[in-house]
Design a protein around this ligand. Structure first.
Ligand code: ZN
Length: 233
């Protein structure tokens, strides 16, 4: 009996070594790429999320997975904020992928007012989405969140489109501030402006870095509540 008991710590140790070895082994396996079904007939008044890969890059599945997790987290955070079981309707595909029409540098370059407006990364991406989707790009029926796998500045303005770049995609899985930046961008995409009187904990003003412990004001919630993109679900 004593010998048997004495053997137990060794057994626990060996089991631990095996689990450790096995989990390390699994990490080194190449994960198969996710199955992504293209969006054909999107649900009217839904959020469509795209990951655009510039022509000089290959698709980054870590970015894809990060964007997918982030937008689902945002959908439940908006629901908690609204307090009436409403949140935005999300495309069942969650994140769709597109190959861009330009190299990385194009997205981060000012191409003059006809393409780049006064907020160049934002309008460059809007310009490209119109080229990619044609008449299907419709901000009256859909709200867009477009991630591009290259470094771009955080530029978000109301409304119809939120953008994000590689800096956000590479940090969003671990950074609440990055999530706050995305929640703020999405607030703009659903039509919310910066408030006239900033608050320290408002997601549309000083509360970005406090995500998830920041809020929409009651006026902002009224605005989202009246939006056709928000439904009980
Ligand atoms: Zn803003």
């Amino acid at each position: 009996m004593k010998r048997l008991l004495a053997g137990i710590p060794a057994l626990i140790y060996l089991t631990g070594v095996f689990i450790l070895f096995n989990s390390c082994h699994k990490k080194n396996e190449i994960q198969p790429p996710p199955v992504i079904s293209p969006t054909v007939s999107p649900i009217p008044f839904s959020l469509l999320v795209y990951l655009v890969t510039p022509t000089d890059k290959t698709i980054n599945y870590d970015y894809y997975n990060a964007a997918k997790t982030a937008v689902q987290k945002l959908q439940s955070w908006f629901k908690t904020q609204m307090g009436n079981n409403k949140t935005f309707v999300l495309n069942p595909v969650v994140v769709d992928t597109l190959t861009g029409l330009h190299e990385s540098n194009w997205y981060n370059t000012n191409h003059g007012p006809a393409i780049s407006g006064d907020t160049y990364a934002y309008y460059n991406i809007k310009y490209e989405m119109k080229e990619l989707l044609g008449s299907k790009f419709d901000t009256s029926l859909y709200t867009y969140f477009v991630y591009v796998s290259t470094s771009i500045p955080d530029e978000t303005i109301p409304k119809g489109l939120a953008i994000g770049g590689a800096d956000i995609l590479s940090t969003i899985a671990t950074s609440n501030t990055a999530m706050g930046v995305e929640a703020h961008a999405l607030g703009h995409a659903f039509g919310l402006p910066e408030p006239a009187v900033p608050t320290s904990n408002g997601i549309m003003s000083g509360g970005v870095a406090k995500w998830p412990n920041c809020i929409f004001t009651s006026e902002e919630k009224d605005s989202l509540n009246a939006s056709p993109f928000f439904k009980v679900q």
